[in-house]
Design a protein around this ligand. Structure first.
Ligand code: GDP
Ligand code: IMO
Ligand code: MG
Length: 420
């Protein structure tokens, strides 16, 4: 049985979509288990750019069945737009898309609640896709679920239940009659895809299908282990997989994705963030603008201390390093190896303690050559190989994949440490 997961190890946007796309040809199922339209996974099938938000990247592979697990929060209106876009580009989804009947549905109430919170005090810098409020309703047991979309009475009741609790928190809340028609229409359209996804995945496991779990966001945005409260509202780590698909799964290969440097969008601490001028240079070089919101991403050096901790708790079996090409020609490079006066092996839970961390760095020599056309580890410049070796030795997990460009084929497998 081949079960693999691709998870972000930083604050999202590590290049997960690109790697999932590169590995989908070897898988029968591609499964999202958490998050929703906050994700922005950029892929270039056949050279054309597509940004996927809800849909698993396997939609771009005709041999792949795609599952939106029960752990997801789904905005049905945006999902339909996405389906239309993908199908319009020639990737037909008939019989290869399954939406869990238990997934939570984002309604206009959630979008308004999210924007309202962001515009009030305590800004998180969310994507304003209604993610936090939709998850809040799930745990408050007042959620609208995908199964409700296909039954007018259930949908009406679910909307009434949610509105009764949330209306007082919203300036000019929409009525149930305002919301019902568009959601019912969306339900009609999505009906062929809505099913018991856990059962489908259990059967797939029994039949030895090859399953790839596609993480969204990143470890440092995990609701429990990220930089709380500056996090997203789902479990982005490996533990989120069984909970988010509704059945037990033994993931053999856990590929943790990290950029060769680091980025973050939104508010919250970022110890290795670069000062403005240096940051601007790396941002431009790496094209670091949000795939969902277009916001400029904050940029900094890779934080190996954080990476080591995250790999440990997430059970990462191999690391994929992306955007190595972006570091070419930058001169000396730095990697975060710890924090001043900090002796604990893990990261602090408390946000004030986390915000006070002052990183310590190791400087490593950079390289000048453009490496975008490299497809074998031994063809990388010596300094790039030493950079990767340092990462691997510090973190204690092998680097299994290296990506040197946004295109599907601009990645290669590494068997063992790249030799110096
Ligand atoms: P995701 O959310 O983790 O899937 O990542 P995003 O798509 O939000 O952001 C990653 C960005 O980097 C996208 O624009 C990708 O096309 C691009 N990208 C991915 N891998 C590489 C790489 O190795 N080199 C370069 N230059 N760009 C890459
Ligand atoms: P992918 O899958 C980067 C960030 C937001 C904000 C915080 C909470 O493309 O890596 P939310 O809307 O989830 O309530 O926002 O999380 N965030 C992401 N940052 N990539 C993402 O997804 C993100 N999804 C959410 O910027 O700081
Ligand atoms: Mg992204």
């Amino acid at each position: 049985m081949s079960t693999s997961a691709i998870l972000g190890l930083q604050w999202g946007d590590e290049g997960k979509g690109k790697l999932v796309d590169a590995l989908c040809a070897e898988h029968d199922f591609c499964v999202r288990f958490q998050g929703g339209g906050n994700a922005g996974h950029t892929v270039y099938p056949g050279g054309q750019k597509i940004v996927l938000h809800h849909l698993p990247t396997g939609v771009l592979h005709s041999g792949c069945t795609n599952v939106l697990g029960s752990g997801m929060v789904i905005d049905p209106i945006r999902l339909i737009d996405e389906i239309d876009e993908v199908e319009g580009r020639g990737f037909k989804l008939k019989d290869r898309l399954i939406i869990s009947d238990r997934a939570s549905i984002t309604t206009p109430l959630h979008l308004l609640l999210d924007s309202g919170r962001e515009e009030g005090g305590g800004k998180i810098g969310t994507t304003k896709r209604g993610i936090g409020p939709t998850y809040a309703d799930r745990y408050d047991r007042i959620a609208v679920r995908a199964c409700d979309l296909i039954d007018k009475t259930s949908l009406k009741e679910a909307l009434e239940r949610a509105r009764a609790v949330r209306a007082s928190q919203i300036n000019k809340p929409p009525t149930v009659s305002d919301m019902l028609p568009a959601l019912l229409k969306a339900g009609e359209r999505l009906k062929p895809y809505i099913a018991d996804a856990a059962l489908v995945l259990c059967e797939a496991v029994k039949e030895n299908k090859r399953i790839l779990y596609e993480g969204a966001q990143g470890a440092m945005l995990d609701i429990a282990y990220g930089t709380y409260p500056f996090v997203t509202s789902s479990h982005t780590l490996t533990g989120g997989i069984p909970a988010g698909i509704g059945s037990w799964t033994d993931v053999k290969r856990v590929i943790g994705v990290s950029k060769a440097y680091c980025t973050r969008v939104g508010e919250g601490p970022f110890p290795t963030e670069l000062p403005k001028a240096e940051g601007d240079r790396l941002r431009e070089k790496g094209g670091e603008y949000g795939a969902t919101t277009g916001r400029p991403r904050r940029v900094g050096w890779i934080d190996l201390f954080a990476l080591r901790y995250i790999c440990k708790i997430a059970g990462v079996t191999e690391i994929a390093i992306t955007k190595l090409d972006v570091l070419s020609g930058l001169g000396d490079l730095k990697v975060g190896v710890g924090y001043e006066g900090y002796a604990h092996p893990g990261l602090p839970a408390d946000i004030r303690a986390f915000s006070a961390l002052k990183p310590t760095y190791k400087a490593l020599p950079g390289w000048k050559d453009n490496i975008s056309a490299v497809r074998k580890p031994e063809d990388l410049p010596a300094a790039a190989r030493s950079y990767l070796r340092f990462v691997e030795e510090f973190v204690g997990v092998r680097i299994g994949l290296i990506s040197v460009g946004p295109e599907r084929d601009a990645a290669f497998v590494v068997r063992g440490a790249p030799k110096g």
